[in-house]
Design a protein around this ligand. Structure first.
Ligand code: NAP
Length: 259
C-alpha cells in the first residue's frame, strides 16, 4: 500500500485526485490538506476531513507521497515541507520556474524524489513529443494554449515546456515577424525559448493546446484537448506508483511512461 496525501484536495484538480486515489486498491488516501476547507468532510466515501496544515498532516498521517495541485504561490513551501520530511512529491501545480525546482530538489534528503509534470495527460505528453519531432523539419512554429478563466498562471506550464522541447529540437531559429509593428501591445504573444506563445482564457474551456507549424505552402497543426479533468488522472496515478523508485528532480511524465 502506498500512503498518499493530497495537497489542494478541495480544489478542481485535488478533488479528482482524491477520487482517483480512492479508486485504486494499492493506494491509500491518508490525508487531504486544504486550509480554506479545513474541518469539512472530504466525502467521496472517505472518513477524513480536510486538514488545515501540511506539516501537521504529514506528522499525523505519515504519507509516502504528497500530491500537490494548489497554487503557484503555495507550492514551493509545500514541496519544501514534504521533502524535509522525506516524503516523495508528485507536483502538478504550474508556475514555478525550473531553477526554483532545482533549488528545492537540491535540499531534499537522499533517495527522495521531486517529480513535476506540467501536464499529466498522456495525450498532451505525446503532443509535446510530436511537436518536438516536427520542429526538426519545420522550425516556424507558434503555440496557442487555451484554458479556463480561473487559471492562475500564463503562459501555461505545458506551453513553456513545449517551447523548451521545440527549442532543444530545432536547428535554426527563424524570426518572429510582426513584433516591431504591433499595434496593440501583446498582439503577437509572448516569447519563451524563442517560441511565440498565445494564451487564451475563457469560461467553458478546460486545458487545450495547438502547436501550429508553417512551411512553404503548408501548415501542420498538432492539437491536444483535455475536455475533462479525469484526463489527468491515469498520469497522476502512474506517477504516484513510480515516484518512490526515483530520486532528485524529475520533470515530465514521459520519464515515467518510458519505464
Ligand atoms: P484550484 O481549483 O484553485 O485548486 C487549488 C486548491 O488549492 C484550492 O482549493 C486552494 O484553496 C488550495 N490551496 C491554496 N493554497 C494551499 C496550500 N498552501 N495548501 C493546500 N491547499 C492550498 O486550482 P486547480 O484548477 O485545481 O489547479 C491547481 C494547479 O494545478 C494549478 O497550478 C493548475 O495550473 C495546475 N494544473 C496542472 C495540471 C497538470 O496536468 N500538471 C492540470 C490541471 C491543472 P483556495 O481556493 O482557498 O486558495
Amino acid at each position: 500500500m502506498t500512503r498518499v496525501l493530497v495537497s489542494g484536495a478541495a480544489g478542481r484538480m485535488g478533488r479528482e485526485v482524491v477520487r482517483a486515489v480512492m479508486a485504486e486498491g494499492d493506494l491509500e488516501l491518508v490525508a487531504a490538506v486544504d486550509p480554506a476547507a479545513a474541518g469539512n468532510p472530504v466525502g467521496e466515501g472517505s472518513a477524513l476531513s480536510f486538514a488545515p496544515d501540511l506539516d501537521a498532516a504529514i506528522s499525523e498521517a505519515a504519507p509516502d507521497v504528497m500530491v500537490d495541485f494548489t497554487h503557484p504561490a503555495a507550492v514551493a513551501a509545500n514541496i519544501r515541507t514534504a521533502l524535509a520530511r522525506g516524503v516523495h512529491c508528485v507536483v502538478g501545480t504550474t508556475g514555478l520556474p525550473v531553477e526554483d525546482l532545482e533549488a528545492l530538489a537540491s535540499s531534499a534528503p537522499a533517495g527522495t524524489c521531486l517529480f513535476v509534470a506540467p501536464n499529466f495527460a498522456i495525450g498532451a505528453v505525446l503532443m509535446m513529443r510530436f511537436a518536438a519531432d516536427a520542429a526538426r523539419f519545420m522550425p516556424h512554429v507558434e503555440i496557442i494554449e487555451l484554458h479556463h478563466d480561473r487559471k492562475a498562471d500564463a503562459p501555461s506550464g505545458t506551453a513553456l515546456r513545449t517551447a523548451s522541447l521545440i527549442s532543444a529540437a530545432r536547428t535554426s531559429v527563424p524570426d518572429a515577424p510582426g513584433r516591431e509593428t504591433e499595434v496593440a501591445e501583446g498582439a503577437r504573444g509572448a516569447l519563451s525559448d524563442d517560441v511565440t506563445i498565445h494564451s487564451v482564457r475563457l469560461p467553458g474551456l478546460v486545458a487545450h493546446q495547438e502547436v501550429l507549424f508553417g512551411g512553404q505552402g503548408q501548415t501542420l497543426s498538432i492539437r491536444h484537448d483535455s475536455i475533462d479533468r479525469t484526463s489527468f488522472m491515469p498520469g497522476v496515478i502512474l506517477a504516484i506508483r513510480k515516484v518512490g523508485q526515483r530520486s532528485g528532480l524529475v520533470v515530465g511524465l514521459e520519464h515515467m511512461m518510458e519505464e
